[in-house]
Ligand binder design. Structure first.
Ligand SMILES: Nc1nc2c(ncn2[C@@H]2O[C@H](COP(=O)(O)OP(=O)(O)OP(=O)(O)O)[C@@H](O)[C@H]2O)c(=O)[nH]1
Ligand SMILES: [Mg+2]
Length: 205
């Protein structure tokens, strides 16, 4: 997302450089690029709209100081607003445990658990150089296990097989054993979507 945004900004900032002042007119094109970059990065439309509006509000009428060019001022505003949207602090994943560090995804149906397991796997493998194992304890939704298997292959991490006739708790215990023996750093556990009012499902967790 940031690479895309950087590229788009660099390309359109030429229109604002050299201007003495940022106006609605001379930032229109650049704002459009910012909007496109955010939408392409899968940011929700209402968030994009609010973001573009606050950038516009802050940018229009901003006098350009001697030390910064209009382009730089604009980038500074975009940067500050991005920090606001994304959160100012970044909490790292705490993996300080006797390996494997076990991370369990839990949440509502369709919240993005399985997709997040894949994204996280890739991040941990590529950026943190971790040996990752993933397992699915979703024995309820048809093809849920296969979904994780496919994603695991895509992001190139090891997949611990399970089947829909197994008990979720047994699946996870077996995966932990396997991860210990094979010296995996992290085990990511994908679980079935559930509601907090479902007592049985909550006990399982
Ligand atoms: N646009 C968008 N779609 C997403 C994102 N994350 C997940 N999805 C989609 O949302 C749908 C559900 O995602 P899953 O990862 O399967 O969600 P889940 O929580 O595992 O769902 P259950 O296992 O059925 O509870 C899929 O079609 C995903 O492709 C995201 O960040 N952006
Ligand atoms: Mg899922």
């Amino acid at each position: 997302m940031f690479e895309n945004l950087t590229e788009r900004l660099t390309r359109t900032l030429k229109t604002v450089t050299g201007q003495a002042k940022l106006t609605e007119d001379n930032i229109k094109g650049t704002l459009r690029e910012v909007r496109m970059a955010l939408l392409e990065a899968d940011v929700a439309l209402p968030v994009v709209k609010a973001f573009v509006n606050s950038v516009k509000e802050r940018a229009v009428g901003t006098e350009v100081t001697s030390s910064l060019s209009p382009g730089q001022v604009f980038v500074k505003i975009v940067n500050e607003e991005l920090v606001k949207v994304m959160g100012e602090a970044n909490e790292a994943l705490n993996l300080a445990a006797q390996p494997p560090a076990v991370v369990m995804m839990a949440g509502l149906q369709g919240a993005g658990k399985t997709t997040s397991v894949a994204k996280l796997s890739r991040y941990l493998r590529e950026r943190e150089k971790k040996k990752v194992l993933v397992v699915s304890a979703d024995v309820y939704r048809p093809a849920a296990i296969k979904q994780l298997e496919t994603l695991a292959a895509e992001v190139q991490v090891e997949f611990f097989p399970s089947t829909a006739d197994q008990d979720p708790v047994d699946i996870v215990n077996a995966a932990i054993q396997h991860a210990k023996i094979q010296h995996h750093d992290v085990l990511l556990v994908d679980t079935a979507g559930r509601l907090h009012v479902d007592g049985e499902m909550m006990d399982e967790i």
